[in-house]
Write a protein that binds this ligand. Structure first.
Ligand code: ATP
Length: 234
């Protein structure tokens, strides 16, 4: 579904990514792990087009999308749930969802997307008239994912969806991500919560200093020296 080759990107003069290669298979959950500052968020931002790639290529669903801006990628079925939510707090749940469906592709699939969202998140249905800003942290994170679903994506880039959530809600968010895969969606997930990610993922990449240092199936990664060194302190 997604093939990233030799991706380089950064901020101003500072290069952060030094040739990232990764592949995400259709209908899978792929996790990007690694220590703070490794370039995980930057990788997602560059794939989505929030940061323009300096070098390399990005192919999505058989098409070269390297230099397309985010809204054109959304039009093609690639969307991103941003870290920190970015909802409209003064608007209701329903209004936030409607605003998610802003492309032609999304408009055409509006009813189906809404049905999927309310099936996955019954609480959002109950609270559709509530202002987003008055929802709990966990509910807001669910709403952020739901709003991304309203774009009728084929693939979702998720940046730290469990950040700042209580453990019970973290479990809920991970369960939801698995359900998205069951619905046939493709997921690329950046997470600090390494073990919970490995529980739901199919494949994982470990980044270090802007490069892929290890990759493999979840079982391979759990056994890898890199994971033991970084996260278990061996
Ligand atoms: P974390 O888990 O801590 O979020 P990460 O692996 O996601 O880390 P990035 O957020 O991609 O890492 O950051 C990689 C490097 O780029 C870091 O050195 C960071 O300070 C820098 N960086 C990130 N965002 C910006 C920005 N907007 N402007 C300048 N530098 C940035």
């Amino acid at each position: 579904m997604l093939t990233v080759k030799e991706l380089e990107a950064g901020y101003g003069e500072m290069q952060v990514l030094w040739g990232v290669d990764l592949k995400v298979g259709k209908g899978t959950i792929t996790a990007i792990l690694g220590p703070n500052g490794a370039g995980k968020t930057t990788t997602l931002r560059a794939i989505f087009g929030l940061n323009s790639p300096w070098n390399g290529s990005i192919e999505f669903d058989g098409e070269d999308v390297t230099f397309l801006p985010p809204h054109r990628k959304v039009e093609k079925g690639l969307t991103m749930v941003l870290e920190g939510r970015h909802l409209f707090p003064g608007m209701t749940v329903e209004e936030n969802l409607e605003l998610g469906a802003y492309t032609k592709r999304a408009e055409e699939r509006f009813e189906d997307s809404l049905e999927l969202v309310f099936t996955l998140f019954p609480r959002l249905k109950e609270r559709k008239k509530q202002k987003a800003g008055t929802m709990s942290g966990g509910e807001q994170q669910m709403l952020a994912i739901a709003r991304a679903l309203m774009t009728a994506p084929k693939m979702i880039l998720l940046d730290e969806p469990s950040q700042g959530l209580a453990p019970k809600l973290v479990a809920e968010v991970f369960e939801t991500i698995s359900k998205l895969r069951d619905e046939g969606l493709t997921i690329l997930l950046v997470e600090q919560n390494v073990f919970a990610s490995l529980d739901i993922a199919d494949y994982a990449y470990v980044l270090g200093e802007g490069k892929v240092v290890t990759e493999g199936t979840v079982d391979e990664i759990k056994d890898s020296d890199e994971i033991k060194r970084v996260y278990v302190g061996v």
